[in-house]
Design a protein around this ligand. Structure first.
Ligand code: ADP
Ligand code: MG
Length: 213
């Protein structure tokens, strides 16, 4: 695969914005069961603001770090829910991970996925098993890095990431929430997928779609 350019990253944010818009109702319904029913709105607002902001950058002069930092700022400004600072931190970390690069190699993109997951975990302080988006993001990043270490191409690494994210999302059904709004529900949260884990699968599926041949 040729290097991933600023244009490709802008396309990525556009694709995520379009996809979260389509998934808005489903994500709000999931959040309605164990939260306050706004997660789809938050994700749509955040990613449409991020996509708009990065589309206004000049691809001739912008670098990948500026794309991620611009997305972070726009997402944070657009989203009042807890997913705002979580994804904003994720994008800032992704930007820092590729600092100084004009375009991204496949290895760089794997580092981006790891940085996104790390940023969410550092910001929200959630561990695996606490019924949050970390239950999808952390195993996805781990699977992505493991696949890369085995020498697989980026598309295959992202396929592994997606599989791990889906398994992590499914696993949240059997968890009691320890972080965020749904932690007030105790055992009543059992049997329900965490909305943030579900939207993480949506985001990771976009990464997979865009970077698969
Ligand atoms: P809010 O709960 O403020 O309404 P959203 O509805 O946008 O925010 O997002 C809810 C999702 O945020 C949850 O399903 C969960 O995945 C995620 N979340 C909440 N708190 C944390 C945290 N501390 N760390 C990681 N993810 C979290
Ligand atoms: Mg909510």
């Amino acid at each position: 695969m040729t290097d991933i350019t600023v244009k490709d990253l802008i396309s990525l944010f556009t694709l995520i914005a379009e996809t979260t818009a389509r998934e808005k109702e489903r994500l709000c319904e999931l959040d309605g069961v164990i939260g306050d029913a706004d997660h789809g709105i938050a994700m749509e607002l955040g990613f449409s603001a991020a996509a708009k902001a990065v589309s206004e950058l000049d691809p001739a002069t912008a670098d990948p770090t500026l794309v991620f930092n611009t997305a972070a700022k726009a997402f944070l400004n657009a989203v009042g829910a807890s997913s705002g600072p979580l994804y904003a931190t994720a994008f800032m970390r992704a930007g820092a991970a590729v600092k100084g690069k004009v375009s991204l190699s496949e290895d760089d993109m794997v580092s981006v996925v790891a940085a996104l997951a790390r940023g969410i975990q550092d910001r929200g302080k959630a561990e695996i098993g606490e019924k949050t988006m970390v239950d999808a993001w952390a195993p996805a990043a781990k699977a992505c890095e493991a696949a890369r270490q085995q020498g697989l191409p980026l598309a295959a690494c992202l396929a592994e990431a997606l599989k791990a994210a889906e398994a992590g999302m499914e696993a949240t059904k059997d968890m009691i929430a320890a972080k965020g709004r749904s932690s007030r529900l105790g055992e009543r949260a059992l049997g329900h997928v965490d909305p943030g884990a579900a939207s993480a699968v949506v985001v990771i599926s976009c990464l997979h779609t865009l970077f698969s041949p």
